[in-house]
Write a protein that binds this ligand. Sequence first.
Ligand code: AMP
Length: 121
Amino acid sequence: MYNKENIFAKIIRKEINADIIYENQDIIAFKDITPVANIHVLVIPKGEYTSYSDFIANADDNEIASFFKSVKHVIELLNIEKNGYRLLTNHGDDAGQTVEHYHVHIIAGEKLESLNARSKE
Ligand code: AMP
């Protein structure tokens, strides 16, 4: 169930400030307030979706395609394609999702830690 009082809904309504780097009629991209790397940007649809699963199940195909093309546009604006980037989405408790408005993290700007930490134990 989507809660209109979540923090990203307030950013969309401009009730609270965010460091917005790109916005169009369907999406907003802004800097994560607690960056985990030199570049850490969140991209959110303006539609009311709680997570990736909700977005894919309930958005129409045009909205889904347009969203991911906008993510690519933001990646181009950030000029990170040459050196690399990571896209990440958390859904639910096990993944540690903290804001229940669908978002994609773009993480870049430095060498990122391997996702294979377990294999190093
Ligand atoms: P997740 O844990 O995947 O739900 O990601 C939520 C992200 O939102 C975290 O990385 C937070 O640092 C970030 N965040 C929370 N509040 C804000 C805010 N007001 N402005 C920018 N980023 C935020």
